[in-house]
Design a protein around this ligand. Structure first.
Ligand SMILES: [Ca+2]
Ligand SMILES: [Ca+2]
Ligand SMILES: [Ca+2]
Ligand SMILES: [Ca+2]
Length: 478
């Protein structure tokens, strides 16, 4: 008798240690009921964590997850790389959530772990000392040499400087580009000037074989450089410490990759190398809250995306804030070139909703696209850390992407063996679909969420965990 009890106990022990975590609950079905247009400003902070069904805000049901599913359940640490501006790793509500490269001795001038980057303790700064960078298309135009899509670059340049008050027509701009490189010096913003060059890293931005430039200092160069800190905070601000806000994930550690300048645009080379750094150094999720419509080396970036897939990394990308259809006006980085088939299955593109459950819930600035936009997430009036222990509410698809990166980190914390393809499937299959008619953009064009995105829904952390739990065996095969 005693023996059999012992045997049973032993069996139970073995069984438990091999089985995966099971979650039970009732998935939240589609959202059919609208609520008023009145925003509850008293409760607005952390609205993205609200339950989309039972509360007034169309949040991701994150609080419901922690209260109903994750009580006393320890999750695995998940490294989330944030490719962005600098990140204030000393922030009171973020400091404990910053990734530490344990194999690298700080500030000894030696590449202790032999990954090619010297003193990369919290990630890497591909921008060096520069506060900004010249726009990449201007960088190419000012060389005077020919390059692919030069006509398009001239057109975009004309658009860009017209916004700054220069009204010349396209032909004149083209003529001036050829004859006088500095014609517009007095009329345009610093980073749009032909003569401006802030890059101090000494590398050739068109030579992808030069990889080891920049430095290990991932901090912002000024308090104005706040974007990366905010994004990182949405994902991983320390939960339940009575400071600031709760991040979405309790186990994410942020790997900081400074590649997006505060002014100007991110260079394809810095983006591709940041993706590869993250994939080679243990990240499972990469947040990419940036994008541009002129990307001279988008093929190199796509190669890096495919490389990241081979290393088991999910990439979460912000759709952009032009209120545009990105199936028509292409945005980069992306997992396809001009609507061709996707090159990988580890890339997910996110649009933004605001804090209201009514026809105006799509943030008017959010890009959209039936083919290129996968799902929506909270991305307007999001309160989160900014440098020097401050907090701000910011809006943009830049805030929607990290909301999803946080949910991906929760899924992986409990199901660490899932491939990026499987996590993407979990996120997409478990959205809460929005059924009622919506009004899109500042012109309030009538549409449905289904017509402007692949899934027709909003990311939901509660549904995602239940979906992963209920479909684990199938998902493991992906
Ligand atoms: Ca190193
Ligand atoms: Ca070192
Ligand atoms: Ca906190
Ligand atoms: Ca895609």
């Amino acid at each position: 008798m005693k023996k059999s009890i012992l045997l049973n106990a032993l069996f139970a022990l073995v069984f438990t240690s091999c089985s995966t975590l099971q979650f039970t609950g009732n998935p939240i079905d589609h959202l059919a009921v609208q609520s008023s247009e009145i925003i509850d400003w008293e409760q607005i902070n952390e609205w993205q964590h609200a339950d989309i069904k039972s509360e007034n805000f169309p949040g991701m049901s994150v609080r419901k997850v922690y209260e109903e599913l994750l009580q006393d359940k320890e999750g695995k640490t998940i490294v989330v790389a944030v490719i962005d501006t600098g990140i204030d790793i000393t922030h009171e509500d973020l400091n404990e959530s910053i990734w530490i490269n344990e194999d690298e001795v700080p500030e000894n001038g030696i590449d202790d772990d032999g990954n090619g980057y010297v003193d990369d303790v919290h990630g890497w700064n591909f921008l060096g000392d520069s506060p900004g960078d010249q726009y990449e298309l201007i960088r190419l135009l000012k060389t005077g040499a020919d390059f692919e899509n030069k006509d398009l670059a001239i057109e975009k340049y004309a658009e860009m400087i017209s916004k700054d008050g220069v009204k010349d027509n396209l032909l004149l701009i083209e003529k001036n580009l050829a004859s006088d490189l500095y014609y517009y010096e007095n009329d345009v913003k610093q980073t749009k000037k032909l003569g401006y060059n802030a890059r101090t890293t000494g590398d050739d931005p068109d030579n992808f074989l030069q990889q080891y430039y920049g430095d290990g200092n991932v901090m912002p160069k000024s308090d104005d450089e706040l974007h990366g800190t905010h994004v990182a905070g949405i994902i991983a601000a320390v939960r339940n410490n009575n400071i600031g806000i709760d991040g979405v994930s309790s186990t994410a550690k942020i790997m900081c990759l400074r590649a997006v300048p505060n002014e100007g645009d991110e260079y394809d080379k810095d983006v591709a190398l940041s993706i590869r750094y993250a994939a080679d150094n243990g990240a499972k999720v990469i947040n990419m809250s940036f994008g541009k419509d002129f990307s001279p080396h988008s093929d190199n970036v796509r190669e890096a995306v495919v490389y990241a897939e081979s290393k088991g990394v999910l990439l979460v990308n912000a759709a952009g804030n032009d209120g545009a259809n990105i199936d028509e006006v292409f945005s980069y980085p992306n997992d396809n070139f001009q609507n061709e088939p996707e090159v990988s299955s580890n890339f997910i593109t996110i649009g933004a909703i605001g804090p209201i459950k009514n026809p105006l819930m799509i943030a008017p600035f959010s890009n959209y696209g039936k083919y290129n936009l996968d799902l929506f997430a909270p991305g307007a009036v999001i309160y989160a850390p900014v440098p020097s222990n401050q907090y701000e509410a910011l809006s943009g698809t830049s805030m929607a992407a990290p909301s999803v990166s946080g949910v991906a980190a929760i899924i992986l914390a409990y199901y660490p063996k899932l491939s990026p393809k499987a996590v993407r499937k979990v996120l997409m299959e478990s959205v809460v679909k929005v059924d009622f008619q919506l009004e899109l953009g500042y012109d309030r064009v009538k549409t449905t969420m289904d017509a402007i995105s692949k899934t027709g829904g909003v990311v939901n952390a509660y549904n995602a965990l239940l979906y992963a739990s209920n479909n684990y065996k199938t998902l493991r095969k992906l």
